[in-house]
Ligand binder design. Structure first.
Ligand code: CP
Ligand code: NVA
Length: 298
């Protein structure tokens, strides 16, 4: 049994195993020889909104022979204050695995510790590991190995998606350049912990110069809505647009984890010009999460 709680601490071997299995699962969709979740029921506990993660997990679990039950965190007793460790001990005696999207990373960690069933982080305030594994898979499909390449992350450099990229850079040995205002740069403590080749810039063009991949995420992550006005003001110029594309490698894909706010982190023409890549990323959530599910029960 394996938990996927973060990219931090996930070994290169585990990442490689998941990415290789994703290739196979994508190629064999609809005719899987073995249904590794046959007869199993997975609980999906979501305390935040979701389109891609929810749908790709529900479909993925079914395609692997299992059943998924969706539990809005506010509809179960958790939302009324039942402790996570009690919820975990109940669900651990009924369900065979859990996918959790919530605020505090500690809640997912505690669920894993108390439930005794494979637990997958479907996004917390700290990390979005499933997203980054799908992004790494997408880059590999489009351009081959990411090792030694330069990824430029533009926008909220301290958000969950950026943090998962930071730990991925160390695990897979690529360079990460983050363009963000000082207020939205990852802490030096986190960068020291990650030990990857990660450099933060205030200047967008310096970060994007020669990049092999341009990446962005929303400026206002779920749970940060009270900071929206401040974020929109400080992040205003941290947009992927033609000016930034111009300084990156001419063949650099543009990725966005979605949902996108056109006119903020990316402009409309750039988004539409790179829509094939962006929606390939979204589709790959399904294939990669099926690989994560299989890995979690191995
Ligand atoms: N990228 C992503 O996780 O999308 P959802 O919030 O729609 O699941
Ligand atoms: N950083 C974003 C990712 C959404 C998929 C958020 O947490 O809202």
């Amino acid at each position: 049994m394996n938990h996927l709680l973060k990219i931090e601490g996930l070994s290169q071997t585990a990442i490689e195993d998941i990415l290789s299995a994703s290739t196979k699962l994508k190629a064999e969709r609809g005719r899987h020889q073995e249904q590794k979740l046959a007869g199993k029921t997975w609980a999906m506990i979501f305390a935040k909104s979701s389109t891609r993660t929810r749908v790709s997990f529900e479909i993925g679990i079914r395609e692997l022979g299992g059943n998924a039950i969706f539990l809005n965190a506010n509809d179960i007793q958790l939302g009324r204050g039942e402790p996570i460790k009690d919820t975990a001990r109940v669900l651990g005696r009924m369900a065979h695995g859990a996918v959790i999207r919530t605020f505090a990373q500690n809640d997912v960690d505690e669920f894993a510790a108390f439930s005794g069933i494979p637990t997958i982080n479907a996004l917390t305030d700290d990390e979005h590991p499933c997203q980054i594994l799908a992004d790494l898979f997408t880059y590999r499909e489009l351009r081959g190995s990411i090792q030694g390449k330069t990824v430029a992350f533009i926008g909220d450099g301290a958000c969950n998606v950026s943090v998962s990229w930071i730990f991925a850079a160390a695990a897979l040995d690529f360079r990460l350049r983050i363009a963000a205002p000082i207020e939205f740069q990852p802490s030096p403590e986190l960068l020291n912990r990650a030990k990857g080749d990660v450099v933060c810039f205030v200047d967008l063009k310096e970060a994007a110069a020669g990049a092999d991949l341009l990446y962005t995420d929303v400026w206002v992550s779920m749970g940060k809505e009270v900071e929206a006005a401040e974020r929109l003001a400080l992040l205003k110029k941290y947009q992927i647009n033609a000016d930034i594309i111009q300084v990156a490698h001419p063949k650099a894909p543009v990725m966005h984890c979605l949902p996108a706010y056109r006119g903020n982190e990316i402009d409309e023409p750039t988004f539409e010009a790179h829509a094939d890549t962006i929606f390939r990323q979204a589709e790959n959530r399904l294939h990669v999460q099926k690989a994560i599910l299989e890995w979690s029960v191995s």
